[in-house]
Ligand binder design. Sequence first.
Ligand SMILES: Nc1ncnc2c1ncn2[C@@H]1O[C@H](COP(=O)(O)OP(=O)(O)OP(=O)(O)O)[C@@H](O)[C@H]1O
Ligand SMILES: [Ca+2]
Length: 596
Amino acid sequence: MGQCCTKSGSVSVVNNDVGAADGDKSKPSLAGRSPAPAGSGSGSGDTHSGKNTPVYSFSASPYPSSLPAGVAPSPARTPGRKLRWPLPPPSPAKPIMAALFRRQGRADKPKEGPIPEERHGGDEGERESGLDKNFGYGKNFGAKFEIGKEVGRGHFGHTCWAKGKKGELKGQPVAVKIISKAKMTTAIAVEDVRREVKILKALSGHKNLIKFHDAFEDVNNVYIVMELCEGGELLDRILSRGGRYTEEDAKTIVVQILSVVSFCHLQGVVHRDLKPENFLFTTRDEDATMKVIDFGLSDFVRPDQRLNDIVGSAYYVSPEVLHRSYSLEADLWSIGVITYILLCGSRPFWARTESGIFRSVIRADPNFDDTPWPTVSPEAKDFVKRLLNKDHRKRMTAAQALTHPWLRDESRAVPLDISIYKLVKSYVRASPLKRAALKALSKAITEDELIYLRAQFRLLDPKHGFVTLENFRTALMRNSTDAMRESRVPDILNLMEPLSSKKMDFEEFCAAAISTYQLEALEGWEKIASTAFAIFENEGNRVISVEELAQEMNLGPTAYPLFNDWIRNSDGKLSFLGYTKFLHGVTIRSSNTRRR
Ligand SMILES: Nc1ncnc2c1ncn2[C@@H]1O[C@H](COP(=O)(O)OP(=O)(O)OP(=O)(O)O)[C@@H](O)[C@H]1O
Ligand SMILES: [Ca+2]
């Protein structure tokens, strides 16, 4: 007990022939073969030292080329299974090594660039000496639980079966994740464990989230006592089905994932390690409930905050995580990867090395042409594409995804979406012209978008067809947990202050809560945009000077030449191009320009 092995060890024992069953060597981006062992490197490209090679160059893997000291490769979890896999084996780099290093206090961290705030104080000086490893948890684990066999292992701990000896859990089987204090060699490592428990405790209660019972500690370990899941990992079920789910079965899985992830996001918690290994079934039954586990890489994220530490698992990591600027949407990318795998049995982004996987994540388009995709419904394909959009702003949110035509079910409650709050906040603070532009756009959207917006409006509990700031506050508080306070999500209400003297009907709510980025990602965008412009011409377009437009868009005089085509010579009003640019706002490309 107390020995922690890395699951990424499973990679070390798998060779590159695995999964070659797909037999198509001309399509390297289509999963089907195993990546090289994480520890084996990939020739000259994998000599990443973590000191000089920028993570983003992708000329080298941000992962180190060998397992960290003290972490021995564990045996493959399911020997022999790899030969039957249509899928490559589990991620080579499991939780990305940066996180592992943070916990283990290794100096050769594979990160570069801006130092994430939590990294401060993670220096060697803090190691061992004077490190406070007291968590304030109960000390009587042994008196309360009888420990049994091991049920699983991860990078950071191992999990055992246990039975309650007294109290509420007397006679009841539970799972205990045991994290060795000896491996917590920095203040950050200690803080990570503290946060894992805090998040688990705060979020416990959702039906698709592992139920937390208690946390204990002694001189050697921290013990996280939680509900026992006896039905195994989602990964095992995917593999036992030969790698593919029917659409109906996939939907059952994806709905559960989205339901719990939307709940976490509303609380301001990003999971950061969503993958089939981190979903467990309560029982062996086919229709058993699935629960998300392992908040070891999770974090609180404030509404306008961007995180920058690279954590996650290679196959599931989003492009913006690799670019070190991300938020909740990163989880939706991972859900897109999981859904892709469920529907076709292959990984959307594949390569032999981690650096290759990252290149693929950043640049490659997933394959939707080969078998079985021609037989997959257009709705399912659209669903996956709208999650695997490389621009995180164009991705669906979890709550939105639950109303996508592929998953839509009138009888299922739609969760409150925190992204609505962010959008409404921006709307109420926007200029009258911008609001008029959005109003016109909202009148051109399709029924699919309206279904989602109606559901969100209903959740605000409108009185006589109107919502006020108070409705937003009440709806948020109704869903509030301790995690929400920690992530400072309620602060967003202060930023919505301009709404305090107003009320909003459904029509205005639609204008406030639509995202131009998301609409741009729709196949029917061209039509929506031209309809919206026709409405804008009638209801909102007006004469505007170059200076005024620049000010509206928060641009300086250097941007004036851009506006040549945006303002019509004939009448000095916005042209169609100008209207769409104005709606779009100054973001990706333009904000890069601004920074220079
Ligand atoms: N509540 C539970 N019931 C049954 N098995 C569990 C439970 N929690 C964890 N396990 C098993 O233990 C394994 C490791 O747990 P967990 O993922 O929390 O650890 P970790 O060290 O943080 O993992 P990782 O290496 O993915 O970061 C899981 O993959 C699962 O097989
Ligand atoms: Ca895990």
